[in-house]
Design a protein around this ligand. Structure first.
Ligand code: GLU
Length: 475
């Protein structure tokens, strides 16, 4: 057993990321100390606080980890799960640092977690716990628009972000930038349009871009383009749900969807919106009339397909099932779904792995847009929408005169339209994901790096080194 392995023989999650980091470090010539500084978690805040649930006092375990202060504020979600522990939150905070650097989001990485099962606790009690957690963060100066900005993650959403904002505002009344203390809020509470689906849409944009690269597609024996590709999605939380919808709309074939209770399969494709309706009405995807049930949900990962999208939790592809995976492409929508051992096995099999630190960065990218909106106190598009429409109308008049042709009402509508907030957010996200993909791919080619994960780490570490150097800390 190596020093990085725990008693059960598996690596700690943080050590997994360190392994990936070390692989990338081979391509970077810089003083070892600086690499050590980038790797280390800067601040770990572990707390216990009491909350009265019914007649009992429960002691709640929670964390906020700030992995890197090379850029401020720190940024990252808060998860609610019984699996929350220090190692997991430290790792997820580190992934946030690397993720932000890749997509040029000027934040250091952070992550928070509360060890509760939100499915077994009433919403009143979740609210109590969330508000108490927020005041603990305020007490220790671990939250604020310029300090550390939480967001949704596994088990949390808009509702929790609203409570965090409200608690922050009540203790910091008069702070004109208070809205920027948390992202992923509902639009009515200062959120930005397009945040909810951003991670899933980012996953879609990233995979679509890969599918357009002839050389990469041919290397795994696939045709160019997303249309007709057979896809399996594991996890139908916020990320998997939206990713599935975008893939389905684009003409890809969703052959299997997997959830905790089991998976469903139809080799001719599932109608995703019908499945979601079935899930809503029955509380489970199982027994969907147009599909076969797969009782052991893990087995869904091993089905024949072109693209596998793990969109739930970490370590679902490990050394014991990696050899059974038949996908030609794996898109890591979740954080850390593949262990280092599985990574090596899949690499040898020639599977293209699109890594989490790039592929699921859509969420934090749009969180950045929300943060900017909150600090500028104005909705995207508010200043330019009408102006654009007026200019477009003038332009259209000229075209009609010059061409001596009337443009149809439908075409007019399309041409005249000025940008709404959702249009700007989505185009910013699309541009970010396309650029990120090509930066990683170009680096992989120019430095002859073995896979996309290592190339993504190299890109990220280089950017972090650059900002440390510009800070003047390491002359
Ligand atoms: N929880 C998301 C992630 O892991 C989003 C973080 C954020 O928006 O700050 O990337």
């Amino acid at each position: 057993m190596s020093k990085n392995q725990n008693k059960t023989g598996s690596y700690s999650f943080f050590n997994c990321i360190e392994k990936n980091f070390d692989k990338a470090a081979r391509f970077i010539s810089i003083e070892k100390g600086l690499l050590e500084q980038i790797k280390a978690c800067n601040s770990v805040y572990r707390m216990h606080f009491p909350v009265k649930i019914g007649k009992e006092i429960k002691v709640i375990e929670a964390y906020r980890v700030q992995h890197s202060h090379h850029k401020l504020p720190c940024k990252g979600g808060i998860r609610y799960s019984m699996k929350v522990n220090q190692d997991e939150i430290m790792t997820l905070a580190a992934l946030m640092t690397y993720k932000c650097a890749i997509v040029d989001v000027p934040f250091g990485g952070a992550k928070g977690g509360i060890k509760i099962d939100p499915q077994t606790i009433s919403s009143e009690n979740i609210e109590k716990i969330t508000r108490r957690y927020t005041s603990e963060l305020i007490k220790k100066n671990f939250i604020g628009p310029g300090i550390d900005v939480p967001a949704p993650d596994y088990g949390t959403g808009e509702r929790e972000m609203s409570w965090i904002f409200d608690t922050f505002l009540s203790l910091r009344s008069g702070d004109v930038d208070a809205l920027a203390c948390v992202t992923g809020k509902p639009v009515s509470q200062g959120g930005v349009r397009g945040r909810k689906e951003a991670t899933g849409l980012g996953v879609f944009y990233g995979i679509r871009e890969l599918c357009h690269v002839k050389e990469d597609m041919y290397s795994v024996g696939l045709d160019v383009g997303l249309v007709g590709k057979k896809i399996i999605i594991q996890g139908l939380g916020n990320v998997g749900y939206h990713a599935a919808s975008f893939f389905h709309e684009s003409g890809a074939i969703i052959i299997a969807l997997a959830e905790r209770e089991g998976a469903i399969y139809n080799e001719n494709g599932l109608n995703v919106s019908k499945v979601f309706l079935h899930l809503k009405n029955n509380g489970s995807i199982l027994n969907f009339p147009e599909a076969k049930n797969i009782k052991n949900t893990e087995k869904a990962l091993e089905l024949e397909c072109d693209i596998l999208i793990p969109a739930a939790l970490e370590n679902v592809i490990h050394k014991n099932n990696a050899n059974c995976i038949k996908a030609k492409i794996i898109g890591e929508a979740a954080n850390g779904p593949i262990t280092p051992e599985a990574d090596e096995i899949l690499d040898k099999k020639g599977v293209i792995i699109v890594p989490d630190i790039y592929l699921n960065a859509g969420g934090v990218t749009v969180s950045y847009f929300e943060w900017l909106k909150n600090l500028s106190h104005v909705r995207y598009g508010r200043m330019e929408k009408k102006f654009r429409e007026n200019v477009n109308a003038e332009f259209l008049k000229v075209i009609e005169t010059v061409c001596k042709k009337k443009i149809s009402i439908e075409e007019k509508k399309m041409i005249l339209r000025g940008p709404r907030e959702i249009d700007l957010v989505r185009s910013g996200l699309e541009d970010t994901m396309i650029n990120g993909f090509h930066k990683i791919r170009d680096l992989k080619k120019s430095l002859k790096i073995e896979n996309m994960r290592t190339a993504a780490f190299v890109l990220s570490i280089k950017k972090i080194i650059d900002s440390y150097e510009k800070l003047g800390i390491f002359p």
